[in-house]
Design a protein around this ligand. Structure first.
Ligand code: DWN
Ligand code: SAH
Length: 408
């Protein structure tokens, strides 16, 4: 096994065991035919890139029935309109700018540029979400981004002032092909701006649930700098984000056209202080994951012994890692409530917990709800006040396993 960026040989530091496709919600008739792979992780000793040892083929994860629609969170809609403003105000200075987004899903981010009549193109391989974007008037190409796709886009549409992406670059295993494609598609003074879950947050909060098939990488400032410098792209700025439990926005471009912000060196110093390139950090992370697993299973087992009704809240991709790593099934969690019709009335990947509509949660509030979408905690708590008023309590597992105090 070799690093996907610098080809140095890799040694996994931990395994989350056999895991199914994180967004592979199934009908009961498909039990027995699910695909499993071993979810092992490694950090490259050469360039510091945190990566999965094995990732299932892209076509098994991203297809015409992709279960995640970005518009499922109102908070993310607000975040993406702020992201679009940031790009427009700081980087779209030419007379008729062109913006390309990699992994535009249902058009949640590009919609803003469409509304401003700014030329744009999304590149999105999952056909169902691609079609939703088209229905919303967002110009989109149904394709996986790679150096080849970049060549085609350059020929058909020309070069971009800004290439943007959110929660996607960490999904694409051939990161060198991504970098080559970006270099070809950017105008000389163009910028590449992307954000992804941040390794420093995952390690700091033991949020191991960010590790699943789709997330082949967890980036940090050091690894992003190493990946893109090889292709002549300089890391110009880094901006921490609160989304998805802690993310980082990276701004890259050709050095002769831009200044480098002090933020880059400051964040690298923080990463050194956090020990992000030390083996001992990942030994501690593994121990923390094992403790989190033991604590969660103990808590849910105790609640069950007390005959409490426990459900899951939001059938997130992340929850697949938690449920399969902790071996939690419908013996401990009755069902998972989720707002996506694509997941409802199906079974959760691997552990086969029924996924039900949000109406079923509201119709008969449980005693406890495990907050699988902990990254949307503020949004969820503001709309679920009646659950708490009914005496219901939230179960958290990030950064530690705990139950919210009941409201008085
Ligand atoms: O990186 C990725 C991020 C951007 O989105 C993808 N690989 C897949 C996906 O990850 P996720 O599934 O962990 O995303 P979320 O946004 O944490 O969870 C989305 C799910 O949560 C949807 O199925 C809808 C559900 N949900 C809900 O039932 N009630 C979400 C909210 C906000 C709610 O109030
Ligand atoms: N940007 C959205 C979607 C993130 S989910 C958001 O932040 O909410 C990840 C998305 O990446 C999916 O829509 C998936 O289809 C897409 N994707 C996966 N591999 C890709 C690739 N090689 N090129 C472009 N998009 C890809």
């Amino acid at each position: 096994m070799h690093c996907r960026s610098c080809e140095m040989s890799l040694k996994p530091f931990m395994s989350f065991g056999q895991q199914p496709i994180a967004n592979g919600f199934i009908e009961s008739s498909a039990i027995g035919n699910e695909y499993f792979y071993e979810l092992e992780v490694a950090v490259c000793p050469g360039c510091g890139l945190f990566q999965l040892v094995t990732q299932p083929d892209a076509g098994m994860m991203f297809h015409k029935n992709y279960a995640f629609f970005s518009k499922s969170s109102k908070g993310m809609q607000r975040h993406f309109s702020a992201f679009a403003d940031y790009v427009r105000q700081n980087f779209l200075t030419s007379a008729s700018p062109f913006v390309v987004e990699i992994g535009s899903n249902d058009g949640i981010l590009l919609q803003n540029f469409a509304d401003w009549n700014i030329a744009h193109l999304g590149i999105e391989p999952s056909q169902n979400v691609f079609e939703e974007a088209k229905r919303n008037g967002v110009e989109t190409l149904c394709a996986f981004f790679s150096e080849d796709t970049s060549d085609k886009v350059c020929d058909q549409y020309g070069k971009a002032d800004a290439i943007i992406s959110a929660n996607v670059i960490c999904h694409i295993p051939d990161i060198n092909s991504v970098a080559k494609g970006i270099v070809k598609l950017l105008k000389p003074e163009g910028v590449f701006i992307f954000e992804d879950p941040y390794l420093g947050d995952v390690v700091g909060k033991t949020s191991y649930d960010q590790i699943y098939d789709e997330h082949v990488f967890l980036f940090c400032v050091g690894s992003v700098k190493n990946i893109f410098e090889k292709f002549g792209l300089t890391l110009l700025d880094v901006l921490p984000q609160t989304t998805h439990g802690g993310s980082m926005r990276y701004v890259l471009g050709r050095q002769q056209y831009h200044e480098i912000s002090d933020n880059v060196q400051k964040q690298i110093a923080k990463e050194t202080a956090l020990g992000l390139s030390l083996d001992s950090t990942y030994d501690a992370f593994r121990n923390n994951c094992e403790k989190s697993r033991a604590d969660l299973v103990k808590l849910l087992t105790e609640l069950k012994a007390k005959k409490k009704k426990v459900v899951g809240y939001a059938a997130t991709s992340k929850s697949t890692t938690v449920l399969n790593y902790c071996n939690i099934g419908s013996d401990l969690i009755d069902f998972i409530s989720d707002t996506s019709p694509e997941k409802q009335n199906k079974l959760s990947p691997g552990k086969h917990i029924p996924v039900k509509s949000h109406d079923e949660f509201v119709a008969n509030y449980p005693d406890y709800a495990v907050l699988f979408a902990w990254n949307h905690e503020a949004e969820i708590k503001s709309k679920e006040k009646r659950f708490e008023e009914s005496g219901g309590q939230w179960v958290h597992f990030v950064p530690d396993v705990r139950i919210d105090e009941p409201i008085q």
